[in-house]
Design a protein around this ligand. Structure first.
Ligand code: ADE
Ligand code: ZN
Length: 317
């Protein structure tokens, strides 16, 4: 399972930071974030909102472009070791100098250069705003994204707390990014139910949705997703670890797939959820009987929905 070539579309760069890496930086910089770690060296949090707090605390030690370059190398080497050949990572100008355009360019250059030093895997970036930081901050993030749209920065998205505000509050930012040529994805239907998926489609017109799994509760919405070929970036391990579903056998990935919805598999924030792409595949094989043919289909769906250009896709095929 580990060797099987994999395409991953939903990975938060900072969320993929190994705890030992963050702890090491904290010690170097004498920043006390010891409270965010478990005794066995993992990340410690109680629930989703606390997860978001711990996530931000971990990011507080990533203080400059060099830290992000080191992070990028560490994350890509780990992904490549699990057979991932192509990955799209959410990159956050908010954590890279506070969504200042000049600072963002420096951070981005450092990440892109670091990515080139790991040739086993191709990285593309999706600039992401953070919903609970509010619409005004999202506009600054969108301006950063629009400013750096190119062959490497290929998308724009939104993560964070799904219960803050409405998707329509962020429409300006998404339109700005789209006009700059970026493709659109947004987190929805992880916590906010099928309605959140519907509202996001209406307000933001995404071609992919991060999670989207709660769409299963609305059959007409499933039909709409299938018809429009809106691809879901499904993160089963994340959903089970955070308690969206009690166990993998209750997870709707297979029911969505059976209904004709385009689904793909990703890890979201692997060390936070004690997962890897290998573990995701192993768990899906165990629980739903997925075999090589199903994994080939999921990877083809992911490649079709990837935001990179056709020439890049050719190099992955
Ligand atoms: N940011 C990092 N991981 C996330 C998740 N699972 N949901 C929303 N925002 C996130
Ligand atoms: Zn996510």
């Amino acid at each position: 399972m580990r060797e099987l070539p994999k395409v991953e579309l939903h990975l938060h760069l900072e969320g993929a930071a190994p705890p030992a890496f963050i702890r090491g930086l904290a010690q170097e910089k004498r920043i006390d974030i010891s409270g965010i770690f478990t005794e066995d060296g993992g990340y410690a949090y109680r629930d989703f909102n606390h997860f978001l707090e711990v996530y931000e605390a971990a990011c507080s030690v990533l203080t400059g472009p060099e830290e992000f370059a080191r992070l990028t190398r560490a994350v890509l080497e780990e992904s490549a070791s699990h057979g991932v050949v192509y990955t799209e990572a959410f990159l956050s100008p908010d954590f890279c100098g506070g969504a200042d355009k000049g600072a963002w360019q420096e951070y981005l250059a450092a990440m892109e250069e670091a990515a080139a030093s790991v040739p086993e895997i191709t990285l593309r970036g999706i600039v992401t705003c953070i919903r609970h930081f509010g619409p005004e901050q999202a506009r600054k993030v969108a301006a950063c994204a629009a400013d750096t749209a190119d062959d490497f920065i290929v998308g724009f998205g939104m993560g964070g707390a799904e219960d803050v505000g409405a998707p329509a509050d962020y429409k300006w930012s998404f339109d700005c990014a789209r006009e700059a040529g970026l493709q659109i994805t947004t987190h929805a239907g992880e916590w906010g139910g099928a309605k959140s998926v519907r509202d996001s489609i209406e307000a933001l017109d995404p071609v992919r949705i991060g999670h989207g799994v709660q769409a299963i509760d609305d059959p007409a919405l499933c039909d709409l997703l299938a018809e429009r070929k809106i691809t879901l970036e499904v993160c089963p391990g994340s959903n089970v670890f955070l308690g969206v579903y009690p166990r993998l056998d209750k997870h709707p990935i297979e029911r969505l797939r059976e209904r004709g919805v385009k689904v793909t598999v990703s890890t979201d924030d692997p060390p936070f959820f004690r997962t890897t792409m290998t573990r995701e595949y192993e768990a899906l094989a165990r629980t739903f009987g997925y075999d090589e043919a199903v994994f080939a289909e999921l990877n083809q769906t992911a490649l079709d929905a990837a935001f990179c250009d056709a020439a890049t896709k050719e190099t992955i095929r």
